[in-house]
Design a protein around this ligand. Structure first.
Ligand code: B12
Ligand code: SF4
Length: 479
């Protein structure tokens, strides 16, 4: 069969990392779409991937690309964030090509029934999509019923039908490398502050999160008990292939929690070294899992930066979020990273349940004391399934709309007056952190001693300037 897999264009535009524009911060490799594509290709299908944000094309542009390929089935990869675009695209595709339309990705995984409310969407794939797609397309090709295909929901005589969850059986080691070759790779990177070298590509080595307990996170429910990962040698081989075959000089690993148990990370780093440390890399770590020995080994194998989900620097709140962290364990992890020369990007949340503005201030003070290199503060957006989400009593429509504006709060913890005060707290956190004299001094020093960093900051500023060019122009004209 000929299968087109589409990532629809962004309609919320530059509020979401500017991915709608070609000269944006970066385009992220659509790992879900190319992983499914690789499995379908292995099963004998011909596959096209149309990644609209990276190609910088609109809905009509997508139709033109699909027309060139003339598929027998169309798959759409959609988060909730881009659902509005997906629901406009589906009728356009149905009208022009008249083939079955299958939707997969985070929105279909959370809300399969909502996907099928769209009259032009025939099938929703929930959960991991590789094995499901192979089985599904086999059935479609043979014109057989979808009964019993795990991970699939569909419409039959106007009725919603849903099969059981799929528990993937395959070993990640045996999975084909995602079909990077179906993308125009020169269009992809990662944010300038996250990479030291380009070309930089996103890559995934694990499935699920081994910890899976943080109270606000969907990984805790979606892939619980299904944690899998590549063996260190195969992981290093695949990294090396990205370097040799696709020219990657840097990898941004997307896995939720990259250091699970010491053996794996030591062996992985060792395997990378045996292959001559083909790339520099960054990854997410949990502060409770790392120490100086691990960081020194990672550094020697090419890692230059880690992202740490710290969220709040308040011991009681960390317990409330089930983070298995304390102020002190975060500090120890940051010190250990710095001792190895690894940068720490601290990820923080503003407006989590039971928080208040004072607690955000003390988090910033503590983050500065711990010398976090870059701090990213986000507004708390309760994910479906979390207690705070239940409190909001939202359906899928409200959830989708909540992504429209990234700087708009959607949840008011008891310690805040209203949504506005939560948003103010976010602004204040950024101001306090980035205008702190100690921080400015430290960063300037790093800047002056590290030309790559200086270049990256300049690149980040230029791309950011480009992002907001229309706004800046308006501002200048108004003056
Ligand atoms: C890396 C990442 C990013 C990167 C790159 C995103 C990208 N475009 O690829 C960056 C940093 C840019 C990012 C930003 C954001 N992200 Co993000 N991100 C992730 C993360 C950690 C990994 C994504 C990934 O590559 N996974 C690996 C692939 C293989 O998994 P997958 O995409 O789910 O695909 C599988 C299935 O869904 C299915 N599938 C996927 N497509 C298709 C298509 C077909 C036809 C079929 C049959 C099946 C299928 O099969 C795949 C293989 O099993 C996920 C969390 C996670 N662990 O998945 C969050 C996640 C995708 N992000 C999320 C969010 C909310 C955001 C932001 C809105 C955050 C923010 N507030 O700014 C922005 C939005 C940016 C944007 N414009 O999309 C949510 C999406 C929730 C939702 N329901 O929409 C997630 C799920 C995190 C979460 N649990 O809340 N993100
Ligand atoms: S460690 Fe990260 S991915 Fe795992 S449950 Fe916590 S927030 Fe979710």
């Amino acid at each position: 069969m000929k299968v087109s897999i589409i990532v629809p264009p962004f309609d919320y535009g530059r509020m979401l990392y500017g991915l709608m524009r070609s000269r944006s911060f970066h385009n992220a490799v659509p790992l879900g779409a190319i992983s499914v594509a690789a499995h379908l290709r292995e099963a004998g299908h011909q596959v096209q991937v149309v990644d609209a944000p990276a190609l910088d094309i609109d809905l009509l542009g997508v139709c033109a690309e699909v027309n060139r390929f003339a598929p027998d089935v169309i798959g759409i990869s959609s988060t909730s964030v881009i659902w509005r675009s997906t629901e406009r695209l589906a009728p356009m595709l149905k009208e022009r090509f008249g083939v079955p339309i299958v939707v997969g990705g985070p929105h279909a995984s959370t809300y399969p029934e909502h996907c099928l409310d769209n009259p032009c969407i025939d099938i929703a794939v929930f959960g991991e999509g590789e094995e499901t797609s192979v089985e599904l397309f086999e059935r479609l090709e043979a014109g057989e019923s979808l009964e019993g295909v795990c991970g699939v929901a569909w419409k039959e005589d106007g009725q919603f039908r849903k099969n059981d969850d799929r528990i993937s059986k395959g070993r990640l080691d045996d999975a084909p490398l995602p079909a990077y070759d179906l993308l125009e790779l020169e269009r992809y990177s990662a944010p300038p502050m996250r990479v030291r070298q380009t070309p930089a590509l996103y890559m995934e080595l694990f499935r699920g999160c081994a910890y899976a307990r943080c109270s606000y996170c969907t990984s805790a429910s979606s892939l619980k008990n299904r944690f899998r990962r590549h063996s260190p040698a195969v992981a290093a081989d695949k990294v090396n292939t990205l370097h040799l075959k696709y020219g990657a000089r840097e990898i941004a690993f997307v896995d939720d929690d990259f250091v699970v148990g010491k053996d794996w990370i030591y062996n992985f780093c060792d395997e990378l070294r045996k292959r001559g440390n083909p790339v520099s890399w960054t990854c997410y770590v949990r502060a409770s899992q790392v120490d100086a020995g691990i960081f020194h080994t990672m550094k020697a194998a090419g890692c230059h930066q880690v992202l740490m989900g710290i969220e709040v620097l308040d011991d009681d709140m960390l317990v409330g979020l089930s983070k298995d962290l304390t102020i002190e364990s975060c500090h120890a992890a940051i010190r250990a990273a710095h001792s190895a020369g690894i940068w720490v990007i601290g990820l923080f949340m503003v407006g989590v349940p039971d928080s208040n503005p004072e607690q955000v201030r003390s988090t910033v003070t503590e983050a500065l004391r711990q010398e976090v290199d870059v701090a990213v503060f986000s507004l708390y957006r309760p994910p479906p399934g979390s207690p705070a989400f239940e409190e909001l009593a939202w359906g899928p429509e409200e959830y989708i709309d909540s992504f429209k504006l990234q700087k708009v709060a959607v949840y008011v913890p008891d310690g805040y007056r209203d949504l506005n005060s939560v948003e103010n707290s976010l602004g204040e956190a950024y101001r306090r952190f980035y205008f702190d004299r100690g921080f400015i001094k430290r960063t300037t020093r790093k800047f002056l001693t590290d030309p790559v960093l200086a270049r990256n900051i300049a690149r980040a500023a230029l791309t950011l300037g480009d992002q907001f060019r229309p706004e800046l122009k308006n501002l200048i004209q108004r003056r």
